[in-house]
Design a binder for this molecule. Sequence first.
Ligand code: NCD
Length: 332
Amino acid sequence: MFHVVDTEAFDRKRLDQLCELATAVRRVAKTAEGSRFLQQLLPTRRAMLYFTQPSTRTFLSMNNACHVLGIRTSEIRDPEVSSEVKGETFEDSIRTFSSYVDLIVMRTPEPGYAARAAALMDTIPRPVPIINAGSGRDQHPTQALLDIYTLERSFEDRGGIDGRTIGMMGDLKRGRTVRSLSRLMCHYEDVRLVYIAPPAFEIEPDIRAFLDSHEIAYVETGRLHEVLPELDAIYVTRMQSEHDTAGESANVDLSDFSIDERELAQMKPDAVIMHPLPRGREIHPRVDADPRAMYWRQERNGMWMRVALLATIFDSQDAILEADTRGLYRED
Ligand code: NCD
């Protein structure tokens, strides 16, 4: 069993294994027999999805990733309908969920709660794994996993992520996806990061300290057009207005930090455009038709990567890899 509270849960070996497994799952799931094989792997397992902050993709992809493996799910998405309104503590609520299920996937508007849940598990007789599906402004480790998988797939025939120049743009101050993805970059060789944001939304000192201590090369700039031609990938993010404390978003103009036809013309022909979604105006919908637009595939990759993660947590990875290697469920 292992918790996924932050990106510390993964090293390069684990990342490579998860990417390989996600691809195996994708191939096996292509046929009806393959899907049935996956569904009978974990039918005795149950998962709790505890999402007290809005979510579309992470919730649905986790839910459906569970179902791909036959894991049954229950959910609480609104704290108003749980006993926390009667004054039950967070710890007691989590302990209660753990009494009924084998895994808790959780998202909270505030940082630190997934870590608290994992710490609680070390003190009770029937601990279950905790997966952090987004902890306030802090971390979003499973998003970073699917981002890594999408980058690896995109650069498959160019030697993978090692040696690439990757831009990250938008509200870098409050975006947890950028924080988590930046941290995973310490497992790749010769990666250069280019952070593109207005001064008000620059990366926070903790990311700089992390990059410095891991000797990851990075630059920060407010000028997208100067750096666009050198990027192998650009990871675009939206304004994180839900984290406003005093209406900060209203005072920042992100219109120079967006992708449209003019930017497409300046990008490398084989560059990759990613976005964790949901998007605001930072990627024009007409960009979707460009072959470099990877965000819809990235979204679907999220489900396969979460299947890979769940299969690893419940020790079903070998069965999937074997089925894939032996081509048991391939289309003819
Ligand atoms: C991200 C999140 O929730 O942090 N969304 C997601 O999980 N796909 C990014 C965002 O909301 O901007």
